[in-house]
Design a binder for this molecule. Structure first.
Ligand SMILES: NC(=O)C1=CN([C@@H]2O[C@H](COP(=O)(O)OP(=O)(O)OC[C@H]3O[C@@H](n4cnc5c(N)ncnc54)[C@H](O)[C@@H]3O)[C@@H](O)[C@H]2O)[C@H](O)CC1
Ligand SMILES: [K+]
Length: 479
């Protein structure tokens, strides 16, 4: 879409392809020493980029061969014109060409892939992978769907992928992210104003998206301006709610209270210091607590139990129009009747399911991005669909894909911490979508900073260091 908008605004297609192919040659030269290169060119503009890259590498003194899927006569438009500039032998695709090849430039298919790759092209990609030949992919590794990050049949994993103007969802969604290797974004002269014409709604998560809404404390502020998070604590799995509460406090909520039943009140009270504990044995006691409207954000779910009372608590909080983060058991508790939950959602609400919990509430098909967006629209909530490529989706169609989460996060309790981070930001006045995106990013940064050996308690513990860096980087304040 960006290239057609740029072309419509007067930039020549020939110039875009020239810049694209030259960026590929530069990336190859920066990564590898001179060696025999085989460029695999496809029948469309991705192949055209390959002809340009081949010419630039040849001009730089590389030993380059190019093999084309189909015939030169079948090329059209700018790809045909660029192929003509190659002015040298064009080979037919064959697995034998890999003998003596020490680097493959994969220019078979890019954004125009419509079906799984078959025939000799598929055999070649399989052979490239099995021989472990290094690969530079143009735009996307051929066979990967740039919109979804899903392979359509065979894909040769690339060491680097050179793409243009902006990343595509497939570069950041799993498993695409792994198949792309290092993604190099090249400027090919598409002006930024083109972005406002195509008005994208999906972004890779980054502080630039939400920094302006980040609720740094004000010099003249007091604790009541920093919100009050209420975490509904369970009777037996008390660690979960404590993790959420600690996370809300660390991310800056002015006050945090855990609502606990008599049976576990003493456990919560003994374990928590700056965090308050109040008795709640049933929904009317919870409702009474919520009559204090300074308690402006609520977490339900961590350690709550999949039960009738969890459902009642959720509905009571939603009826009070409080901002709410629903995690874990608060999601699963509505498996039998998801619509009763969706009907009750009227204000800011964030659902934080992993795939299993997601499947209990939503019966939607499609790739991960599509499913998260559909679920957000259907429920009216901001959806945080967790995983290595967590997606935050809003009912209005915006989405961010998070890419900074290390595998160390796959350990018990990290989801409880995330729910607490989100509620803590919402309590301080951040809009739910921004709060969810910021919390997911901070959660990933904290885990990456801590590194191996991470347990969930470490996340709130190390968060202040992440916040300090973020604040310094954005020079929001003197400190
Ligand atoms: N985005 C930009 O700014 C620029 C991108 N460029 C490059 O152009 C490609 C997209 O080119 P396009 O011609 O639309 O598509 P492809 O080259 O990916 O392939 C289309 C071609 O292939 C046929 N086809 C599709 N799937 C298969 C299959 N499985 N088997 C056989 N044939 C298939 C289809 O019918 C078409 O004929 C983009 O990725 C960039 O690399 C430009 O350089 C300009 C700037
Ligand atoms: K490609």
């Amino acid at each position: 879409a960006a290239d057609s908008a740029a072309i419509a605004s007067g930039i020549s297609e020939m110039a875009l392809m020239e810049a694209a192919g030259s960026a590929v040659a530069n990336a190859v030269g920066a990564r590898w020493g001179k060696r025999p290169v085989l460029v695999l060119a496809g029948p469309g503009n991705n192949g055209g980029d390959g002809f340009v890259a081949a010419r630039h590498l040849r001009d730089a003194g590389w030993n380059v061969r190019i093999a084309l899927l189909g015939s030169l006569e079948q090329l059209s438009g700018v790809a045909a014109r660029q192929a003509a500039l190659w002015n040298d032998e064009v080979l037919a695709l064959s697995v034998y060409l890999l003998d003596g090849t020490a680097l493959v430039v994969d220019a078979l298919f890019g954004a125009g892939l419509t079906r799984p790759i078959s025939g000799v092209a598929a055999q070649l990609l399989e052979a490239v992978a099995s021989r472990g030949i290094p690969v530079c992919a143009i735009d996307v590794p051929s066979g990967l769907d740039g919109a979804s990050g899903q392979p359509q049949g065979v894909v040769a994993r690339a060491d680097i992928t050179v793409t243009f103007f902006r990343k595509k969802p497939g570069h950041v969604l799993m498993p695409g992210r792994l198949l792309c290797g290092e993604v190099i974004l090249a400027d090919i002269g598409i002006p930024d104003r083109v972005l406002s014409q195509i008005d994208p709604a999906v972004f890779e998560n980054s502080p630039v998206l939400w920094m302006n809404a980040y609720p740094w404390p004000h010099i003249d502020g007091h604790k009541y301006q920093r919100g009050h998070v209420l975490v509904v604590g369970g009777a037996t799995m008390t660690g979960a709610a404590r993790l959420s509460a600690l996370a809300s406090a660390r991310i800056g909520a002015g006050l945090v209270t855990v609502a606990a039943p008599d049976s576990s009140w003493a456990i919560y009270a003994a374990a928590l210091t700056s965090i308050m504990v109040q008795r709640v044995n049933d929904v009317s006691m919870l409702d009474h607590l919520l009559s204090d409207d300074r308690k402006n954000a609520v977490v339900v779910g961590p350690g709550a139990g999949v039960s009738h009372s969890t459902r009642e608590y959720v509905l009571a909080v939603l009826a009070r129009k409080r901002a709410v983060v629903l995690d874990a058991d608060a999601i699963s508790a509505f498996a039998a009747d998801p619509q009763s939950l969706f009907n009750a959602i009227a204000g800011p609400c964030v659902l934080t399911p992993h795939e299993g919990e997601f499947g209990r509430l939503f019966n939607v098909n499609g790739d991960k991005l599509e499913r998260a967006l559909m679920a957000a629209r259907r429920s009216g909530a901001v959806l945080v669909l967790k995983g290595a490529d967590t997606i935050v989706a809003a009912p209005d169609g915006r989405a961010v894909i998070n890419t900074n989460a290390p595998p160390d996060l796959a350990t018990g309790g990290t989801g409880d911490v995330l729910a607490g981070f989100i509620a803590g930001l919402v309590a301080q006045g951040m809009p739910a979508f921004d709060a969810a995106a910021a919390a997911v990013w901070l959660h990933g940064e904290a885990a990456a900073l801590f590194g191996p050996g991470l347990i969930s308690e470490d996340l709130p513990q190390i968060l202040p260091r992440v916040l300090r860096r973020l604040k310094r980087a954005t020079r929001h304040d003197i400190s």
